[in-house]
Design a protein around this ligand. Structure first.
Ligand code: AMP
Length: 610
């Protein structure tokens, strides 16, 4: 197995380490198939005695052929009973021979709760390895990145404990709290404007405020800016829009606002913040000039690019990022999940629509299930939940995927997932040596997403059904509905278009519709509710009641675009601008959810901790 590059210890060996990282990428992509074979064999030999592999009759075999013949291809729900046993405290080797160190809470959901992904200590090292490849790749395209700092808005989220005592938290929270991040060696590529204490502060206001303050104080040194997802970066800029007066006051006086009460944050910021009236004047002038166009390049003039994920549902934020940055390059560096970190973008300055990720063959054993489109027009994907033997045969290995073909990603990881369907659809866009590169096409089934929430059609349907039942007492019923993720303002919010059959609309007080909005929110999954309550990354849900006949017009419109009348089904989510315009032109009234839904960290039945 090619050896991973070690972290840098001083600036002098930057070039050498970059070369090592690039050589590593070269080696593993040239030898992709060998590496994959070895990865699988190592996982299987190590986990030979686990209950899961025994139960499925692998009998200690470690070869690809037997593995493919006997092991089922599974989804989270298939593993749920095993995962619940681990969560409840069973420490026997159920899925993995190594002790489960914690659960990573995925933004995907099952039965309204976050999925729990078991992980083991050594996975942190694998994640660090992927991170260590990013800047050497970037440096091939943008020189001088080792000469300045990165202003990255990074955040931790709350944790919970499972009944068996394991911590459950998001993968990035786990990473930022680990020594890999906190005690990272002095390295020009991980030199951030935000001190660790500001990132690790659980209070999202204090964390955001202090990170922005430190970013402004070091504005000349910043050469790149970013966050994980585009939505998070936009949130930071809009926080600045709201709070720049306070921030300027702090910069002018060199003292931190009294709302920042966390002592470790105050101490860390005080090492950076010094009275600087000139900088305060500059920031004040830029922020008060009436337009926020190009604010990023104005306040941080040496910025060369914005590092955020804008592939998948995040592409909705590209226009806003272009506006705030005067079209700086938007760079998507990596593709990862709670289950496993997958790959990196080897051509980071390409256009967002052309981003492709090269899966790194050492990260896991990858297989690919060819995707068939059920319906050419809507593009909906045929999605068998459990695969029969014939369908199982269709899974192909990393080096055998075909250019242009779409696949669902299936992974076997070191942490105890075997032939696990991640739920992402990827399209082969090219090859780096023998390793394929993929465009991220979409997340299967997801109809609505603002931030890390992923709401599927079934959840939406159930939530709408619960809410619409409140209309019965007013002799009204829901005839048709669709939805739209409105990100024109921040935070974005879900919009539902409702067409009603109603005897006398004047008899329904507005509070009934407001309550319907609230019932939908209460019925949605815990990631959505966390976004509303904790992260405040999602605004109140809105119901727009439309005139009768609107959905017939929608169908007529689809027919003019080539839909077949026999196949036409009302889309449960709309994205196409002319359709949204049509719906908006027919709105008779609109209502917002009056309060936040209920949410607490952890699954409903667990005790929580902070
Ligand atoms: P989570 O398990 O909550 O970390 O979410 C992981 C999911 O986020 C992936 O399976 C993808 O659906 C999505 N995701 C992660 N990275 C990217 C990316 N670079 N582009 C598009 N979607 C991504």
């Amino acid at each position: 197995m090619p050896e991973a590059p070690k972290a840098l210890s001083d600036g002098g060996i930057v070039v050498e380490n970059n070369n090592k990282a690039l050589k590593f990428i070269e080696d593993v992509t040239v030898n992709a198939d060998d590496v994959q074979r070895r990865v699988l064999s190592e996982i299987l030999s190590r986990s030979a005695d686990t209950e899961y592999l025994r139960r499925n009759g692998l009998n200690g075999c470690t070869d690809r052929e037997t593995f493919k013949k006997v092991m089922p291809v599974v989804t989270y729900d298939d593993l749920k009973p095993d995962i619940e046993r681990i969560a409840n405290g069973d420490t026997s080797p159920i899925l993995c021979s190594h002790p489960i160190s914690e659960f990573l809470t995925s933004s995907g959901t099952s039965a309204g709760e976050r999925k729990l992904m078991p992980t083991i200590d050594e996975e942190l090292e694998r994640r660090s390895l992927l991170y260590s490849l990013l800047m050497p790749v970037m440096s091939q395209f943008v020189p001088g990145l080792d000469k300045g700092k990165g202003m990255y808005f990074l955040f931790v989220k709350s944790e919970a404990k499972t009944p068996g005592g394991l911590v459950a938290r998001p993968v990035l929270t786990s990473y930022y709290k680990s020594s890999y991040f906190k005690n990272r060696p002095n390295d020009p590529y991980t030199n951030y404007t935000s001190p660790n204490e500001t990132i690790l502060c659980l209070d999202s206001y204090q964390s955001m405020y202090s990170q922005l303050l430190c970013g402004l104080c070091q504005n000349e040194q910043v050469v790149r800016v970013g966050a994980v997802f585009a939505s998070g970066f936009i949130r930071a800029i809009q926080f600045l829009e709201k709070h720049w007066c306070l921030l300027c006051k702090d910069i002018r006086t060199g003292t931190i606002d009294s709302n920042i009460t966390d002592p470790s944050v105050r101490e860390a910021v005080s090492k950076i913040l010094k009275p600087n009236p000139k900088l305060a004047d500059f920031v004040e002038t830029e922020c008060s000039n009436g337009s926020w166009k190009g604010i990023i390049t104005r306040l941080w003039p040496n910025t060369k690019y914005i590092d955020v994920i804008v592939t998948g549902t995040m592409s909705q934020y590209i226009p806003a990022l272009d506006y705030y940055s005067n079209s700086l390059p938007l760079v998507c560096t990596m593709y990862a999940s709670s289950e496993c970190y997958f790959g990196i973008n080897l051509d980071p300055l390409c256009r967002p629509s052309e981003v492709s990720y090269t899966l790194i063959p050492t990260m896991a054993y990858f297989e690919f299930l060819p995707v068939t489109r059920k319906n050419e027009l809507t593009g909906s994907i045929s999605d068998p939940t459990s695969l029969n033997d014939e369908e199982k045969q269709q899974l192909v290995d990393l080096v055998d995927v075909e250019l242009g073909q779409e696949y669902e990603l299936v992974v076997t990881t070191n942490a105890g997932l075997y032939r696990y369907r991640v739920g992402d659809i990827l399209r082969v866009s090219g090859f780096k040596n023998n390793a394929p590169q993929f465009n991220f096409v979409c997340r299967k089934n997801v109809v609505l997403s603002i931030d890390s929430d992923k709401t599927d059609e079934v959840e939406l349907q159930n939530a709408v059904k619960n809410a619409a039942s409140r209309l019965v007492q007013f002799e009204a019923s829901l005839v048709e509905y669709t939805s739209y993720a409105d990100t024109s303002a921040t935070p974005g919010h879900y919009v539902l278009y409702w067409e009603l059959s109603v005897k006398d609309a004047t008899l329904i007080p507005p509070s009934v519709f407001e309550n319907c909005c609230f019932v939908v929110e209460e019925s949605l999954n815990s990631v959505y509710r966390q976004g509303r309550v904790w992260d405040k990354s999602i605004g109140p849900l809105e119901i727009r009641v439309v005139e009768n006949g609107t959905f017939d017009m929608l169908m007529d419109f689809a027919l003019t675009q080539g839909a077949s009348i026999n196949q036409y089904k009302t889309p449960r989510c709309v994205k196409y601008a002319p359709i949204i315009e049509l719906l908006n032109s027919r709105v008779v009234s609109s209502y917002f959810s009056p309060k936040c839904p209920r949410w607490s960290p952890g699954h409903k039945q667990w005790c929580t901790q902070n």
